[in-house]
Design a protein around this ligand. Structure first.
Ligand SMILES: [Zn+2]
Length: 246
């Protein structure tokens, strides 16, 4: 039976199945044992979005027990410091001329490494907001010139609701600088065997560029791909940034 695409509502059939323990990359070459829990993905014939309803009813506790547990960092070794520091370098570089007046919110960052680096770099304000991490789970007040959101959308069972929460934090004019890898041209050949499809890593919503465009458009946002993994979404870009994005 078909289920409505979570992005565009087109009827979507089952597409593939993997074990709950399938990670994105195999750490140290040792494949984790199978869990015996199948995770079925569907793919939208219209926008190409790959999704599963397997986690739609999961509580925060279930996510913490089965995915974001003590073993999680083994499957995502860059999560704690390498990725946030790398991302902070990119953002500091792109906005260096404007940082002294910029308020930045990092959505879904998990720890404060990224924002600590931006503050050390001279950004007016940089705060972490992550509903899954108790320390950072209260929503900072006000709107932010730049909201960053790295490797988060693919983790959300309801990405449209997640994007709504992000949009709610963005000043107008303002922008969202975010990353999520979009499906490669030969995705149909690779299917759910594609490395980025990995429930053990919490990768449960896999976008195409078209699915991203549709999801942001619901809030009047455009999204532009700066690469296959890095994107900028906005209604109106601050003129003083002088960014030409189409
Ligand atoms: Zn769709």
């Amino acid at each position: 039976m078909a289920t409505s695409c979570k992005i565009c509502a087109a009827p979507s059939e089952l597409y593939g199945v993997v074990d709950l323990n399938k990670p994105c990359e195999i750490p140290g070459g040792t494949r984790p044992p199978l869990s015996g829990v199948p995770v079925y993905y569907r793919r939208c014939p219209s926008c190409g979005f790959l999704f599963t309803d397997a986690f739609d009813d999961w509580s925060e506790d279930q996510f913490k027990t089965h995915i974001y547990n003590d073993g999680y960092h083994v499957f995502d070794p860059d999560y704690q410091t390498a990725r946030p520091n790398g991302n902070a370098g990119i953002v500091a570089n792109l906005w260096t001329a404007h940082k002294a007046g910029m308020r930045v919110l990092d959505f879904g960052g998990g720890n404060d490494v990224f924002c600590t680096s931006l503050r050390a770099n001279g950004f007016l304000e940089a705060v972490t907001y992550d509903p899954m991490v108790p320390e950072f789970s209260s929503r900072p007040e006000g709107k932010f010139d730049l909201v960053t959101c790295f490797e988060t959308l693919e983790h959300l069972p309801d990405p449209v609701a997640g994007i709504e929460r992000i949009v709610d934090c963005v000043a107008e004019p303002g922008a969202v600088f975010y990353s999520t890898l979009t499906q490669p041209a030969d995705f149909d050949k690779q299917g759910v065997g594609w490395w980025y499809v990995g429930p053990r890593n919490g990768h449960i919503s896999i976008f195409t560029k078209q699915a991203l465009t549709l999801a942001w458009a619901r809030h009047g946002f455009k999204t532009a791909a700066l690469s296959d993994g890095i994107h900028l979404a906005f209604r109106t870009l601050p003129e003083k940034w002088g960014m030409k994005v189409s």
